[in-house]
Design a protein. Structure first.
Length: 725
């Protein structure tokens, strides 16, 4: 059959070869729909018969299921051995998963059938589109025998078996079995609602669902009226049941304070489940102080499933947003790092379009003293200093005192006639073979290195985009390892860089200029501004932004708020504050020392987030303009003379790393997001596509800077929670 249209009959749909895996499983307990008189009915005719079964929603869901069935080795599973085939799970994984959670969906059908085709499958398709894996459960339905003895708790048994099956196959499905949600429609909504009570997950020793989605649910078995009341009460609890039995399966009578957060939607004109059920449930949830959102619409009836014509057609999105299904628990993850001694303390601030949407501190400034990490705890920002230095240079470009393609020798004549290393003795077959570089460094003599002239002048752009050859290439790294000196000023240190050859021709390659380029840039700012670099950034960046604790030189009172530095050894944290590994002498705390524009600044999360917010807003923060909007755009849209990837999918802009192809770069950020990191675990990202920026700080010396797994996880959680869909 191939393409599903409104003219497809139910029989054709069930016999479609691409859906062979789910044949006879689209309407649990209701095979007669496909083989009886209804089998010749088209989807359009079905809609005429049942107008709330919106035909386009069914087609949307079935096309998604077609794709799953064609591509998946298996998409139907029996969750419990010994159960009849009619009890099964239809597995619908997202094409691009954005979370390790999943949703178990239970369609309705009055406990006489399970209408997955109409309700669960279209909603699962929408959740798949959002990056969420789904399982549609066809549970046990009523028959003549159960009308005597009672259907319950068989459907709950099935739901428990389904969860246990998913748990036991967690690696196959790539999900976290404890990070799950349960959704239900009509009678399936009753099943989902019961799951939150003492007769649900708790009875089976299963962790409670993170949240429930109840769509026009049957809530109260005791509040039913008319003929339906007698049939359903007996069907649930048996013909000899008492009011106590009926109350046990009336959800509103069993809502406790530990009941899961609940989203509920129903229409006022529901002709199957009275709208009063939504009010009864809302009242029960509020009395138990359970987080809930009840969405009611005037028109829509019963059985609308995906409900693309209900309200704005976005109830699924509303449920996902309310229950934070795509949200990561940042507190939980950070506390895990603390318990596991992977960090001693940390802080994070996130803004979305200028507003702070999350902030948190965790752990300690010092494990030994027990002083807590606070928003004003001071951290060694390390290479995030480069962002401040970049801003100082871009301000001078705004002012016209520097041009991006000015030669460095214009400001520092000693950089005229630069030469480039071209020595066959120092060539790596494997560019990542740092052990070989360390071996060479033992007897390295820079004066003996063979060189050739520069093919063009070294420029400001080269310095900003890590294409200068300073501290880059094999010779550059060797110089970084072996360079010695007792410089007393930034001027003296920069003058020594002029004596050394470049690691490659300017603009011909890229790498990471950890020190030299940025100290040169800082010195150029001093020359054109007439100010010491520390004085310049205080006057032109820090004070205007209110960054009162951002400095190269800490006062005595600020030193008391400086976080101790740790490294992890044998699974525990070791305090290395004040040791050589702390890079004292690189990070200067004494005013008589000199600043290192490459990585010597101290700051707090509160201060640095103001800086990030300024960039996110196009160069302005709280009315203070620091950079022109144009130069901020150039910062993350321009880079080297020619396209050179720093890492797969990652390119340098002007002082920032840009996620040009996040998938290729194995990054969780959005395309075009930019920022940089520090060696001790600090991390900043600005994402123009999402109106998002954040700053994360911690204090561990062995986190590998931009490669920090903790920063990477923070990035995953922030973008998972606040990325624009």
């Amino acid at each position: 059959m191939g393409n599903i249209t409104e003219n497809t009959t139910l029989y054709e749909l069930n016999q479609d070869e691409s859906l062979i895996q789910v044949r006879d499983k689209l309407i649990g307990g209701g095979r007669q729909m496909f083989y009886g008189e209804m089998g010749n009915m088209t989807l359009a005719q079905l809609y005429e018969k049942q107008p709330t079964w919106y035909v386009n929603d069914i087609i949307y869901g079935m096309k998604r299921l077609q794709k799953v069935a064609k591509s998946a080795e298996q998409c139907v599973f029996c969750p419990a051995s010994g159960k009849e085939e009619n009890v099964h799970l239809i597995y619908m994984p997202a094409e691009e998963r954005k979370t390790d959670c999943f949703v178990i969906l239970n369609a309705g059908g009055g406990y006489g059938a399970v209408c997955s085709m109409v309700e669960a499958i279209p909603v699962a398709a929408r959740l798949n589109e959002m990056g969420i894996d789904c399982f549609c459960l066809n549970y046990t339905t009523a028959d003549e025998e159960s009308m005597k003895t009672g259907l319950m708790p068989a459907p709950l048994d099935d739901l428990a078996s389904a969860w246990k099956f998913i748990r036991d196959n967690r690696e196959k499905f790539r999900v976290d079995p404890e990070n799950y949600y349960v959704a239900g429609f009509s009678a399936g909504g009753h099943l989902a609602g019961m799951w939150g009570t003492a007769l649900g997950a708790a009875r089976y020793g299963i962790p409670q669902a993170k949240g429930l989605i109840l769509v026009y649910p049957l809530i109260s078995a005791s509040a039913l009226e008319g003929e339906f009341k007698d049939i359903l009460q007996k069907g649930l609890t048996g013909e000899n049941s008492s009011s106590v039995d009926v109350d046990a399966y009336s959800i509103e009578k069993n809502v406790e304070s530990d009941y899961p957060a609940t989203y509920l939607i129903q229409c006022e004109d529901d002709d199957a489940v009275p709208i009063s059920h939504s009010y009864i449930m809302e009242d029960a949830l509020n009395r138990a102080h359970v987080k809930n959102l009840v969405e009611r619409h005037e028109k829509g009836g019963h059985g609308f499933g995906l409900g693309s014509r209900i309200g704005d057609g976005n109830w699924v999105n509303n449920a996902v947003e309310f229950l934070q299904i795509l949200k990561f628990d940042i507190d939980e993850q950070m506390n895990h790092y603390l318990r596991n001694q992977e960090t001693s303390g940390a802080a994070l601030i996130v803004r979305k379009r200028g507003d702070v949407v999350f902030q948190g501190t965790w752990g300690y400034r010092s494990l030994e003293t027990g002083e807590k990490a606070e928003y004003d705890t001071i951290y060694r920002m390390m290479s995030m200093t480069k962002l401040i230095t970049t801003t100082a240079v871009l301000q001078q470009i705004d002012a016209g005192t520097i041009q991006l393609d000015d030669p460095v020798e214009k400001f520092l004549p000693e950089f005229a006639d630069k030469r480039v290393a071209d020595d066959p003795r120092y060539v790596l077959d494997d560019p990542d073979n740092m052990l070989k570089v360390l071996e060479w460094s033992r007897d390295f003599d820079v004066s003996a290195v063979k060189t050739v002239p520069c093919e063009r002048l070294l420029t400001i752009r080269d310095l900003l985009s890590h294409c200068s050859g300073i501290d880059e290439g094999v010779i550059g790294v060797l110089l970084l390892f072996t360079r010695k000196g007792t410089d007393v000023s930034l001027q003296e240190r920069v003058s020594r860089y002029a004596e050394y050859p470049l690691g490659f021709q300017p603009g011909s390659a890229t790498g990471y200029s950890a020190v030299g380029s940025w100290n040169i840039l800082g010195r150029i700012v001093e020359i054109v501004s007439g100010c010491r670099f520390e004085d310049y950034i205080q006057e032109h960046i820090c004070r205007p932004l209110g960054m009162k604790d951002t400095t190269f030189f800490l006062s005595d009172s600020q030193k008391k708020r400086l976080a101790d530095l740790y490294k992890r050894e044998d699974g525990t944290l070791k305090n290395i504050t004040g040791t050589e590994e702390d890079l004292y002498g690189f990070l200067s705390m004494e005013p008589e020392s000199f600043e290192e524009p490459c990585g010597g600044i101290y700051s707090t999360v509160k201060d640095f987030e103001k800086f990030a917010a300024m960039l996110a807003a196009g160069g302005v923060f709280e009315g203070k303009r620091i950079l022109s909007e144009k130069i901020v755009q150039r910062m993350h849209q321009e880079g080297p003379d020619k396209h050179i990837e720093f890492q797969p999918g990652m390119v340098w802009g002007l002082g920032v790393l840009i996620r040009q192809d996040p998938v290729k770069g194995d990054s969780y950020a959005s395309q075009g997001a930019y920022g940089w990191s520090g060696a001790f675990g600090t991390h900043m990202v600005v994402s123009p596509a999402d109106g998002l920026d954040f700053v994360f700080v911690t204090n561990r010396a062995d986190l590998n800077g931009s490669g920090s797994y903790i920063s990477r996880e923070v990035e995953r959680m922030v973008f998972g929670n606040w990325r624009d869909s």
